[in-house]
Design a binder for this molecule. Sequence first.
Ligand code: BMA
Length: 375
Amino acid sequence: MTSYFRGFGLVMISAIIIALSLTSVKAGIKKEQDNSKEIVMKKLAKAASDGEFCFGHQDSYFYGKNWVRGEAEKTAPWRSDIKDVCGDFPAVLGCDLGGIELGLSANLDGVQFDLMREAIKAHHKMGGIVTLSWHQRNPLTNGTSWDSAQDSVIRYILPGHPGHVKYLKWLDKIADYIIELKDDNGNLIPLIFRPYHEHTEKWFWWGVQDSTPDDYKQMWRMTYKYLISKGLTNLIWAYSPNLGTDKDGYMRNYPGDDYVDILGYDGYQFGEGAARDTYLKAIKSDMAMLKELGIKHNKLIAVTETGYEAIPDKDWWTKTLMNGVKGSGICYLLVWRNAHNQKRHYYAPFPGEHSAEDFLKFYDLPETLFLNDLK
Ligand code: BMA
């Protein structure tokens, strides 16, 4: 996790860094626009060009395997299972906005949006990077994101369709929240925004069963343009299909280079026995594909979600995950949450957990960046 230059910067990454510099110069001439989005993009590009990647964990500051941050801990120092294991926080904090569209005070996993705001500000102040997913309700039925039985929800929210105005109000709720995420100087905090993820599968209402690729692209562009029109120039847009598609499948719903900053993908390990080989084969071939697409589209690449629920393999960090992503050129990866109220729903180690020792080796690898490396 120590940051040092390894001297094999990819041409692609250098091009991204130069392009980012030009963008911020251009923006600076046009108006005194905050360039913190570019600063974070450069940080990520630098990591990738150095052969390093930022380690991320979903909901890290809000709860862990055997604890929840409650009212009583309001002013207590931040805690995280990752910190409890290795003494450092993740470089990337993952948060989910699901529920904000209804004006709820807590998200679908019980995280208070006020607490999330504080954590995002604190993490950014410490030099960390934040990513937001959005498991929003089904706008047609008001069911969950997983209410995917209908086949026209995307069309329902597009301009000219009955749910459009309702959906714009949902986007207003997102905008109202994000616009308040400012640093001490009043600048918007840059955020990796990752809506409509895993759409290549059928489990979410925005999934592959729902509509044509054109509908999905329209929904994405509509979201992008609307949030920009609300002043959210701080968003770094990540596109993240699920593992296991070929290049055509990956790009089928791609909204276009103008609407995406990071090409990601979500992919988990499942099962036992040959599970490691299956996951490794999939992640390696998908990483090769992503690298190619990243070069072609001049985009950063990332593993936007991964993990192995309850980590059945005690050497998973160094023998599987690292093996899968080594040399891939990703700028970050994020493992999913450690639910405090479910026995086996955890993806990161905690003190006493059997992969914690291997995680320390993973932490010590020169390629892995944690919060201290970004300071
Ligand atoms: C899923 C699970 C659910 C959770 C959802 C959104 O992968 O962790 O328990 O509600 O993500 O965070």
